[in-house]
Design a protein around this ligand. Structure first.
Ligand SMILES: [Zn+2]
Length: 175
């Protein structure tokens, strides 16, 4: 109690969830308002909302933010800042920072994977170059060129802040 749900928690997704999967989750949840869908879908969505005390308005609002790359990035920054200030969110003061170097890069899938340090589930942390590029936030006041992205274990919901340095391919010749 006393924990304000984040948009990610409302949709039961993580900052690593792709826009496509996000849309799928959202549509499944919205089925609860469409009586023409199958009874099982309806029941699943209703159960989820009831169990987690979530309204359709919250779901719509969360999706609106998380489905928009710009808004999602701003929201992530806000969560990071907010967490730093008062630790209200789960990934506040207590969140461990890890280096992207501790992730294993799977060449075939082009994914960075990590075993969860809490629940020990293999590959439960996953990042891709696209996600890093889209959602990482530059850490101001720290080392130059250091970026950070929030990610969550798909198995136990543990949050981690992943630090990395922009590779040459990311750098744009602006300035
Ligand atoms: Zn875990």
């Amino acid at each position: 109690m006393g924990h304000k749900k984040t948009h990610y928690e409302i949709l039961n997704v993580t900052p690593s969830t792709s826009p496509g999967d996000m849309k799928k989750v959202y549509k499944e949840l919205l089925l609860s308002t469409h009586p023409d869908k199958t009874e099982q879908n309806l029941q699943n969505a209703r159960d989820y909302m009831e169990k987690n005390d979530i309204s359709i308005d919250e779901i719509t609002k969360a999706y609106k933010v998380l489905s928009d790359i710009k808004l999602r990035k701003q929201y992530d920054e806000h969560l990071l800042q907010d967490g730093k200030k008062n630790g209200v969110y789960k990934f506040g003061e207590g969140v461990d920072e890890v280096s992207l170097d501790t992730f294993e890069f799977l060449e075939d899938k082009e994914e960075y994977c990590k075993k969860c340090p809490r629940c020990q589930t293999d590959e439960s942390f996953k990042l891709t170059d696209d996600l890093l590029e889209e959602y990482a936030v530059e850490c101001e006041g720290r080392q130059d060129g250091m970026f950070q992205v929030l990610t969550q274990c798909t198995a136990c919901s543990l949050w981690l802040k992943v630090n990395f340095y922009a590779a040459d391919d990311y750098e744009q010749d602006e300035d």
